[in-house]
Design a protein around this ligand. Structure first.
Ligand code: NAP
Ligand code: ZN
Length: 348
């Protein structure tokens, strides 16, 4: 018999999220039952429930930055035990057999990974996310939160952390590399912290200088406003790597002009609208325009261990469930410092 649990869900693309209940499956042999303590609010939750990326299935409880405690394990479970502090990110399953899954890049599963919410699960039901009190997840998609990172500041690492860690690693951020981060929101502030911890020279490119003090405190060496046209001339051809975290369409060609020879601009932002590129902005410096989506399970664990070692967590504003809709409006207004995290004890 499935279990009924408290949740917050969107009834449609145009209505506020409301308190409700959802069903969680029985704990199968390979599953763990998680008592969710905190769930981060990612801009992707807003894109999804509002239909920016296409039609969604409703009612929809979003949330893919989940931190909690294991309260029950199936008979085959060996990686996790009751009482463990664990996290779940943007995916809860994949085929496990294709070459990308075999390489530990489950997010790029050739058959498509199973998203934590709004996706068709293996049993045909639609997955429901972390804005709820409990979730049942197959053990392979559950990661360990190391001691030393509190669960509230750990939750955003499960999406914002890994989504920025993965391209920073892949494109070699480290000592001697100049990295720019576009947009100082949920993903952006983690990109700054992680790139700094990796030893890179970090620059924030934000719409204004309003958050400059924060950016420098988080680990940036330099901070510029993109509303100032001089920024694009002063910084021309100066970065090895640019991570674009902006949730809206921006003038990518202008940012490509900030890359040095062989530099790469990696898009992690996922706006609804296309991102047009002027070919000359690429060919004029053998530049790359690339993209990156979250990270595999092994790399997500590596990121959490890296964050524990460097004493990194997210900067969070913990909110009760009845503030979720207000938090959405603030995220849309770029008024977030730097991740809203729901205290799920307020759901029941
Ligand atoms: P967020 O907290 O809202 O941060 C986005 C930041 O972008 C804002 O804080 C703002 O920074 C800047 N920005 C917003 N609108 C802008 C505009 N019109 N022009 C210029 N800059 C603007 O969002 P998030 O949770 O970090 O997510 C960012 C994007 O990444 C979303 O599209 C999300 O769906 C996507 N995402 C992708 C992945 C992936 O796997 N690739 C994973 C998670 C999220 P400033 O105020 O500093 O300018
Ligand atoms: Zn996310």
């Amino acid at each position: 018999m499935p279990t009924t649990v408290h949740a917050y869900a969107a009834p449609s693309a145009t209505e506020d999220l409301i308190p409700t209940t959802i069903e969680r499956r029985d704990v199968g042999p390979d599953d763990v039952l998680i008592d969710i303590k905190f769930a981060g609010i990612c801009h992707s939750d807003i894109h999804t429930v509002r239909g920016d990326w296409g039609p969604a299935s409703y009612p929809l409880a979003p949330g893919h930055e989940i931190a909690g405690i294991v309260t029950e394990v199936g008979s085959n479970v060996s990686k996790h035990a009751v009482g463990d502090r664990i996290g779940v990110g943007c995916m809860v399953n994949s085929c496990g057999e294709c070459e990308n899954c075999a390489a530990g890049e489950e997010q790029y599963c050739l058959k498509g990974n199973t998203g934590t919410y709004g996706a068709v699960d293996r049993d045909g039901t639609i997955t429901q996310g972390g804005y709820s009190t409990h979730v049942v997840v197959t053990e392979d998609f559950v990661v360990r939160i190391p001691e030393g990172i509190e669960l509230d500041v750990a939750a955003p690492l499960l999406c914002a952390g890994i989504t920025t860690y993965s391209p920073l690693r892949h494109w070699g951020a480290g000592p001697g590399k100049k990295v720019a981060v576009v947009g100082l929101g949920g993903l952006g502030h983690m990109a700054v912290k992680i790139a700094h911890a990796m030893g890179a020279e970090v620059t924030v490119l934000s719409q204004s200088l309003k958050k400059q003090e924060d950016g420098l405190r988080l680990g940036a060496d330099h901070y510029f406003a993109t509303s100032d046209e001089n920024t694009f001339t002063d910084l021309a051809k100066s970065f090895d790597l640019i991570i674009n975290t902006v949730s809206a369409s921006i003038d990518i060609s202008a940012y490509l002009g900030l890359l040095s020879l062989d530099g790469a601009l990696v898009n992690v932002g996922a706006p609804a609208e296309p991102l047009p590129v002027n070919a000359f902005a690429l060919i004029g410096g053998r530049r790359s325009f690339a993209g990156s989506m979250i990270g595999g399970i092994r790399e997500t664990q590596e990121m959490l261990d890296f964050c524990a070692e460097h004493k990194l967590g997210s900067e969070v504003e913990v909110i009760p469930a009845n503030k979720i809709n207000e938090a959405y409006e603030r995220v849309l207004a770029s008024d977030v410092r730097y991740r809203f995290v729901i205290d799920t004890a307020t759901l029941s």
